[in-house]
Design a protein around this ligand. Structure first.
Ligand SMILES: [Zn+2]
Length: 178
C-alpha cells in the first residue's frame, strides 16, 4: 500500500501515542498493523475478524482498540444484526484521519498561542532551578535572585522565542489548509 502524507503522519502519531500509553514499542507497532488493516479493508469490521487477519488474540486486539477509540484514533460503529442484536465494528478512513489531524493541529496551535501570550505579556525572567517566571518588576524587587531557592534569574529572549513559536504555528496552519 502506498501511503499519502496524512496517513503516514497519522500512523506515526498513533504508534508513538500507543507505545507511550503501554510503555511498549511492540504494542505501538501492533496498533499500526490494526489501523493499516482497517484502512486497506475500507469497511467496518468486528474485532474477531481483525484478530483472524492479524493472527493475534482477539482479547489483545480489543484492548488496544478500546484505548485507540478513547484517544479518537479509530471509529466504532454499531450495526444491528437483527431486531434484538447489535454488532460492534471498527473503521478507519481518509475522512476520519483528516478530521483527527485537523483537531490535533488545532489543539497544538492553541497551546502554542497560549504560550506566546504568556511570554509577551508577563514572563521576562525565569528561575532555572524551579522554572518559576518573573516580570521585570519582580526581578528587580528580588534583586534578580529567585526568592524560593536563591538561584540567579535568567532573562528570557522573548522576541526570538516568539518568532520561533510563531513559525511553528504558521507551518501547522499551512499543513491544515493545504
Ligand atoms: Zn527558583
Amino acid at each position: 500500500m502506498v501511503e499519502d502524507l496524512e496517513t503516514s503522519l497519522f500512523l506515526e502519531y498513533a504508534k508513538r501515542r500507543i507505545s507511550f500509553e503501554y510503555d511498549n514499542e511492540e504494542t505501538g507497532e501492533l496498533a499500526v498493523k490494526i489501523l493499516r488493516t482497517l484502512i486497506e479493508r475500507n469497511e467496518a469490521i468486528p474485532d474477531e475478524t481483525l484478530a483472524l487477519i492479524l493472527g493475534t488474540s482477539a482479547t489483545e486486539i480489543r484492548r488496544i482498540l478500546h484505548v485507540m477509540h478513547k484517544t479518537g484514533l479509530v471509529g466504532l460503529a454499531r450495526e444491528s444484526v437483527d431486531q434484538y442484536r447489535y454488532e460492534y465494528k471498527w473503521f478507519l478512513n481518509k475522512d476520519f484521519i483528516r478530521k483527527f489531524l485537523s483537531q490535533h493541529i488545532n489543539k497544538v496551535t492553541t497551546k502554542l498561542m497560549h504560550r506566546i501570550n504568556t511570554l509577551s505579556s508577563t514572563t521576562l525572567y525565569i528561575c532555572p532551578t524551579c522554572f518559576r517566571g518573573y516580570t521585570l518588576d519582580e526581578a528587580y524587587e528580588y534583586d534578580f535572585r529567585c526568592p524560593r531557592d536563591d538561584t540567579e534569574l535568567m532573562q528570557i529572549d522573548t522576541p526570538s522565542e516568539i518568532a520561533f513559536l510563531s513559525n511553528i504555528i504558521k507551518n501547522l496552519r499551512g499543513e491544515e489548509t493545504e
